[in-house]
Design a protein around this ligand. Sequence first.
Ligand SMILES: *Cc1c(COP(=O)(O)O)cnc(C)c1O
Length: 244
Amino acid sequence: MSQTVTSDRSAAYAARLAETLPSVRERIERACTAAQRGPEEVRLVAVTKSHPFEAVEAAIAAGLTDLGENRVEELERKVESFGSDGLRWHMIGHLQSRKARRAAAVAHLIHSVDSVRLAERLSRAAVDDERVVRVLAQVNTSGEEVKSGFPADEAFEAVHRIAELPGIRVDGLMTMAPFVDDERILAPTFAALRDLSERLRNATDRVGAELSMGMTNDLEIAIREGSTMVRVGTALFGERGSTQ
Ligand SMILES: *Cc1c(COP(=O)(O)O)cnc(C)c1O
């Protein structure tokens, strides 16, 4: 790749973010105001997955500190290039147990713990390295067949169990809503995660209050239902694939 192509791409991402970031922040702020919540209660995770390094560069230059990736290999490459100083890297995609140790080594927060087996692997990695691995338990609150995450009816038991594992800190829960515009489907999907979180936190002090929910399509509804972290890709960086 020539130097010119690289710098053109950097300039393009910087120009795009100069427009999109203020509007995404405004969407978040408005949703917070409408829900009588403070804007500082909702963290913006910028999802750079499948966008090139220039997107990450532009995001950091624009002051974004939380970056989300969904594949371990890509996460590792980006962390290696940009480091972790002042940044928080989020692993948001499905994680195979055999890659648990690698993800734990680079991610500040793993949003996608969806099995006890994966949690046990992460726990072992944490204990071996004498550190704490911070995770969210992903729950399939929509009941869609294709979504990963603990089934809603098993989640209480399962999250309770993984929260007891040594070396793991369960900061909270994560869900992905179906890709629809129907508020009558989206709102209950998010509300179910909040309700589960409340029940868990009444039962144990080992589960934190984070609720990772809301993406480009549905962040307003997620914030209204109590989201503390929105994971936004398309609204910031454009359609994946078209800008690469
Ligand atoms: C890709 C992805 C996102 C971002 O989705 P957009 O619709 O592009 O905002 C959020 N969460 C997860 C788990 C994802 O895989």
